[in-house]
Design a protein around this ligand. Structure first.
Ligand code: SIN
Length: 496
C-alpha cells in the first residue's frame, strides 16, 4: 500500500522505489492541495537527489531482465494495468479531480485516454521489427536490431496526471526500458495510484519507480547527470525543455520533449458555424485552457466575425464554473496562484491595449470560490499583435478573437509563432482544408474538430514546441536504439 502514516487526519503516501513503498531519505513530506479550495488532500514523501539516485540504481538493476522479457509478457502486464484502470475509473477520476481541479467528466475521459496508451503500446511491443538490408558485397549480410535504450527518466506535468504518465511509461516499458518517473509536485497522487496498479499487475520490482518531490531541481539534476540514465522524456514548458536539452547534451542523453504551444484556430467564412463554435469551445476550455494544445488565437474571416463572436461568447457565458467534483461543472479552478496571475496579466495587458471583453475578464471570488484560483471564462475581441496574449501561451480560459481577410494572411499570421504544436481549421471546402493542413507549421492539425489527440496517433510539435513524437506507431521508437549488425559469412555451400 502507498499509505505510510496518518498525518493531521489525511493520508501520507510514500515513494515507490524497487517495488517498495518507502519514506524519503530525509523523512520530509509535502502537502497536495485541492486547487478548488486550497484544502490539503494528502501528504506525499518528498524525494531528494539521494532518493532519485536509489530509484535510478533500482531501474538499472531491473533493466537486463526486463529488456529480455518476451514482448508478449510485457504486453500482458500493460493490458492488465489498462483493465485495472478501467475497473477503478471512478475513484481514479475523483482523485485526479481533487488534485488537479479538472471537471469530473474530463477526468473520467482522461482515465480512458490514459488506459488507451497502455493498450496501444501493449500492441506495439509485439511489433518492434528489425530489418535485413540487402548486401552490396558477396559474403556480407546486414541486420538491423531495435533495442531498448536503457533507464529512462520521465518528468510529467500536472495538467494530465494520468495520461502523460502512461503516454511515457507505456512505450518505455513496451520497448523493454525501465523507468524513474517524477510526477508534477501539484499532482503526484494519480501517478502513485498507477504505480500500485502496475505492482498489482505483476510488474517486477525496479521496472517502474516513482519519486514525487516538492522541489523538482535536485531530482531533475540527478536524472540529468547520473550516467545510468540514458534518456529523458519531458512534458512541460519550453524554457525547462531547453534547459534539459542543454544539460542532457553533456552525456548525449536522448531527449523527447513535449513543450509549449500557442495554437491558432482559423475559421473560414465557409465554415459550418455550429461545428466551429463547438470545436473551438472544446479546444479552448479543455482543462480550463490548461493544455498545450488549447486554442490560443482564434482567427475568424471578417465576413463571419460578428456572427461567430456573438455565438461563441453566448456559449462561453453558459459554461458552468465550479468544483470539478460537481457532475455538471464544465470549468474548474486554475492550478495555482502563479497560473491565475499569468491569466490575469494577459487579459489586463490586452484590455489596456484596446481589447474589448465580450464576457468574463475577471477573477471569480465569493461564495463557493474561496481558497481556490478562479478566473471567469473570457472572450476578447479587437485584438492586435502587440498584445502579450498574441505571442505567449496563456494556459487559461481566455479566448482572443482576431479578424482576418485572406487565406494567405491567415496562414502567415497563424505561422508567426516560435511554437508549432497544434493548429485548428474550420472550413467546408476540402481544397482549403488540405491546403491549410499542409501550410500550417504545426505537428498536429485538427480539421473541423477541436480534440484531435488519441493514443494511436503521433503527438508532438514543430519549432520550439519540442522534439520527438509520443503516441501512435512512432512513440515506441523514442525508446529504442537502432543497432546494425554486419555479418561476414562464408557463401560456399559444401558439396555445391
Ligand atoms: C498536453 O497538453 O500536454 C496534452 C494534450 C493532449 O494529449 O491532447
Amino acid at each position: 500500500m502507498t499509505e505510510l502514516t496518518a498525518q493531521t487526519g489525511t493520508r501520507t503516501y510514500g515513494l515507490f522505489v524497487d517495488g517498495q513503498w518507502e519514506p524519503a531519505g530525509s523523512g520530509r513530506t509535502f502537502p497536495v492541495t485541492d486547487p478548488a479550495t486550497g484544502a490539503t488532500v494528502a501528504f506525499v514523501a518528498d524525494a531528494g537527489a539521494d532518493d532519485a539516485r536509489r530509484a535510478i540504481e533500482a531501474a538499472y538493476r531491473a533493466f537486463p531482465a526486463w529488456s529480455r522479457t518476451p514482448a508478449v509478457d510485457r504486453s500482458r502486464i500493460l493490458r492488465h494495468v489498462a483493465a485495472l484502470m478501467r475497473e477503478r475509473k471512478e475513484p481514479l477520476a475523483r482523485q485526479l479531480t481533487r488534485e488537479g481541479g479538472k471537471p469530473i467528466r474530463e477526468a473520467r475521459g482522461e482515465i480512458e485516454y490514459a488506459a488507451g496508451f497502455l493498450d496501444w503500446f501493449a500492441g506495439e511491443a509485439e511489433r518492434v521489427y528489425g530489418d535485413i538490408i540487402p548486401h552490396w558485397t558477396f559474403g556480407k549480410r546486414h541486420l538491423v536490431l531495435k533495442q531498448p535504450i536503457g533507464v529512462v527518466a520521465a518528468i510529467t506535468p500536472w495538467n494530465f496526471p494520468a495520461a502523460m504518465v502512461t503516454r511515457k511509461v507505456a512505450p518505455a516499458l513496451a520497448a523493454g526500458c525501465t523507468v524513474v518517473l517524477k510526477p508534477a509536485e501539484q499532482t503526484p497522487l494519480t501517478a502513485l495510484a498507477l504505480a500500485e496498479l502496475f505492482a498489482q499487475a505483476g510488474l517486477p520490482p525496479g521496472v517502474l519507480n516513482i519519486v514525487p518531490t516538492s522541489d523538482p531541481r535536485p531530482v531533475g539534476e540527478e536524472m540529468l547527470h547520473n550516467e545510468l540514465v540514458r534518456k529523458i522524456t519531458f512534458t512541460g514548458s519550453t524554457e525547462v525543455g531547453k534547459y534539459l536539452m542543454r544539460e542532457a547534451a553533456g552525456q548525449v542523453k536522448r531527449v523527447s520533449l513535449e513543450l509549449g504551444g500557442h495554437a491558432p484556430v482559423i475559421i473560414f467564412d465557409d465554415a459550418d458555424l455550429d461545428k466551429a463554435v463547438a470545436g473551438t469551445l472544446a479546444s479552448k476550455f479543455r482543462n480550463m485552457g490548461q493544455t498545450c494544445v488549447c486554442a490560443n488565437r482564434i482567427y475568424v474571416q471578417r465576413g463571419i466575425l460578428d456572427a461567430f463572436a456573438q455565438r461563441f461568447a453566448e456559449a462561453v457565458r453558459s459554461l458552468k464554473v465550479g468544483h470539478g467534483l460537481e457532475e455538471d461543472v464544465q470549468v474548474g479552478p486554475l492550478i495555482d496562484a502563479a497560473g491565475l496571475e499569468k491569466v490575469k496579466s494577459h487579459v489586463d495587458d490586452a484590455v489596456a491595449k484596446g481589447a474589448r471583453v465580450l464576457t468574463g475578464g475577471h477573477v471569480i471570488t465569493g461564495d463557493g470560490f474561496s481558497g481556490g484560483c478562479w478566473y471567469a471564462p473570457t472572450v476578447l475581441v479587437d485584438m492586435h499583435d502587440e498584445m502579450r496574449i498574441m505571442k505567449e501561451e496563456t494556459f487559461g480560459p481566455v479566448a482572443p478573437i482576431i479578424a482576418f481577410d485572406t487565406e494567405a494572411e491567415a496562414y502567415r499570421r497563424a505561422n508567426d509563432s516560435r511554437y508549432g504544436l497544434a493548429a485548428y481549421v474550420f472550413t467546408e471546402n476540402i481544397n482549403r482544408a488540405l491546403r491549410a493542413a499542409e501550410r500550417l507549421e504545426y505537428g498536429i492539425v485538427g480539421v473541423n474538430e477541436g480534440l484531435p489527440s488519441t493514443p494511436q496517433v503521433p503527438f508532438g510539435g514543430f519549432k520550439e514546441s519540442g522534439i520527438g513524437r509520443e503516441g501512435g506507431p512512432y512513440g515506441i521508437h523514442e525508446f529504442l536504439e537502432v543497432k546494425m549488425v554486419g555479418l561476414a559469412i562464408d557463401e560456399t555451400v559444401p558439396g555445391e
